[in-house]
Write a protein that binds this ligand. Structure first.
Ligand code: A3P
Length: 313
């Protein structure tokens, strides 16, 4: 029931968003580009009034790095760890529905930060924001943050399909039209490589954990155990296996009409590693490689992304 309400709310917001004139689909705020379908300047303006709690569970990821997937993993881990009983969980979901809270921190209306105060702990908070733009209280309160990355080439391909499917950008476009904007940061949330460089400054913060889409794909059991430990969710081996099944691409895709409404179609696309090989031209590969090598390759975080393994060959 609660889920249905949230889906209806998402569908309604997206239907309204579709009416936005193409030229106004993106807007510039404080030097960053945002999608008008879900973001509003008034909300961004008071983002810093958001009051974090030290037990908030925060997930940060550039668009298309798998934030919906990992968000669901966090929800399942929190549920299984008994932080919420079944009844309590239902109430929490109902509360989210009543409060009309869009699942990402920077989306929706400006009054949401006031309404979020009514949510019981532990709140699961998702955002696509770069660290410089994240509300200060998240870091001040030392809330634990999971930062998600994905190889920049698959991220680009996923972004292209999603932007096209959801009409996020001013025109219906081809991959060859999207790519130059992606590589120069003229997409919502800017240049992906900049997020790597900025997050690299936080590598030694013990309240921040970094993980990649590819790591979870390769060894989900290990990744889920590490995430659970980081957030202090106590879950059994059996629960981890059950969460792996519930959050598999297939399972989430099948459930998406219920969980994500019309957006599900554009969101749950392929869910694989290496799709870029079907899309990138030779010159686009060279451009992306050069961009990564110039700026991020020698950072510690850049190395953690295993660019050679996932973006070459
Ligand atoms: P593709 O477009 O490459 O298929 P986000 O949630 O940040 O918008 O990221 C969306 C990407 O995550 C999409 O990638 C989507 O298919 C993938 N994804 C969603 N759920 C997934 C799952 N359970 N397992 C693997 N990938 C998933």
């Amino acid at each position: 029931m609660a889920q249905k309400g949230l889906t209806e709310f998402l569908n309604k917001t997206l239907a309204e968003g579709e009416k936005i004139a193409p030229a106004e689909r993106l807007f510039l705020y404080n030097g960053g580009l945002y999608p008008a379908m879900v973001c509003r300047p008034e909300t961004l303006k008071i983002l810093d009034t958001f009051e974090a709690r030290s037990d908030d569970v925060v997930l940060v990821g550039y668009p298309k790095t798998g934030t919906n997937w990992v968000g669901q993993i966090l929800t399942e881990l929190a549920t299984a760890s008994g932080k919420y009983g079944e009844e309590e969980w239902k109430q929490k979901q109902q509360k989210e529905q009543e409060l009309k809270l869009f699942p990402y921190l920077e989306f929706g209306d400006p009054d949401k930060f006031e309404r979020m105060k009514k949510l019981p702990s532990r709140r699961i908070i998702k955002t696509h924001l770069a660290p410089q733009k994240i509300p200060k209280s998240i870091l001040q309160k030392k809330a634990k943050i999971l930062v998600l990355f994905r190889n920049p080439k698959d991220t680009a391909v996923s972004y292209f399909h999603f932007a096209k499917g959801m009409k996020l950008r001013p025109s219906e476009e081809t991959w060859n039209e999207f790519f130059p904007d992606y590589i120069s940061g003229k997409v919502p949330y800017g240049l992906y490589v900049d997020h790597i460089i900025e997050w690299n400054k936080y590598l030694d913060d013990k309240n921040i954990m970094f993980i990649t889409y590819e790591e979870i794909k390769e060894n989900g059991t290990l990744a889920l155990k590490q995430i659970a430990e980081f957030f202090d969710f106590s879950v059994s081996e059996q629960e981890i296996q059950s969460i792996m099944e519930k959050t598999s691409f297939q399972a989430m895709k099948e459930k998406s009409p219920e969980t994500h409404g019309v957006m599900g179609k554009s969101l749950f696309r392929k869910g694989i590693v290496g799709d870029w090989k079907n899309v990138f031209s030779e010159s686009q590969n060279e451009e992306m490689d050069q961009k990564f090598e110039e700026n991020a390759a020698r950072t510690k975080l850049g190395m953690m992304l295993k660019y050679e393994e996932y973006c070459k060959g």
